[in-house]
Design a binder for this molecule. Structure first.
Ligand code: COA
Length: 186
């Protein structure tokens, strides 16, 4: 049950203008742009300030974690341009955690909602994931809306749930089981 995932060499999941695929070295500039955005700094644990070396290190880490079967991080392309990353991280007991972020130019167009639905369907159907946890800093409405549209249940607000650059922040937590994924637009 707790063996690493056997992740395929290549993955392409498309939904309209959104394509999920493995990262390539050319994504470094897009990663840098995304991780220097103030909302990304506020709501995620990216290093701050973020340097080109951080982007290279991230892409290296993504490749290593994929090979190890520990984390399926997928690049999100919108209209053919790198827009961000979504990852499914393996956790104990056949479950996973989900994380996502987009560069500001790509937000507010439903791109992450499409990406998350595709990735979750792939995780449940192809990787055999039994359930997924979602966590976000309290007040991250955009993240919650994506999760809610996919079918996540928000089950709690936990004091000090998230460690954020050395500080504990209150977090929302939610979960999704395979039969609950909303696969088509409501
Ligand atoms: C979270 C994030 C990936 C959402 O991506 P997105 O493609 O903009 O999401 P969508 O366009 O699919 O919008 C999802 C919903 O959030 C709403 N929304 C977008 N920005 C919002 C904001 N700042 N406040 C409230 N609602 C917002 C949209 O209107 C939409 O609502 P609907 O589903 O009711 O129509 C993006 O905002 C982001 O990268 N934020 C910074 C990083 C981050 O917070 N990552 C998540 C960490 S848990």
């Amino acid at each position: 049950m707790d063996t690493p995932w056997r992740l395929p060499g290549a993955v392409e999941l498309r939904d309209g203008p959104v394509l999920l695929r493995r990262h390539v070295p050319e994504d470094a500039a897009g990663v840098l742009e995304q991780c220097r955005d103030p909302d990304t700094v506020r709501f995620t644990t990216v290093p701050h300030p973020y340097s080109p070396e951080h982007a290279q290190g991230f892409l290296r880490h993504v490749r290593e974690q994929w090979a190890a079967g520990e984390c399926a991080a997928l690049a999100v392309e919108l209209e053919g341009r790198f827009a961000g990353t979504l990852d499914l991280r393996r956790t104990a007991g056949g479950w996973a955690g989900i994380g996502y972020g987009l560069a500001p130019w790509a937000r507010g167009r439903g791109a992450m909602t499409r990406a998350a639905r595709s990735a979750l369907a792939w995780g449940f159907d192809e990787l055999g994931v039994r359930g997924v946890h979602w966590e976000a800093v309290v007040g991250n409405e955009a993240s919650w809306r994506v999760a809610r549209t996919c079918g996540f249940r928000r089950e709690g607000e936990v004091r000090g749930l998230l460690v954020h650059r050395g500080e504990r922040l209150d977090g929302w937590i939610g979960s999704l089981l395979p039969g609950e994924l909303v696969r088509a637009p409501r």
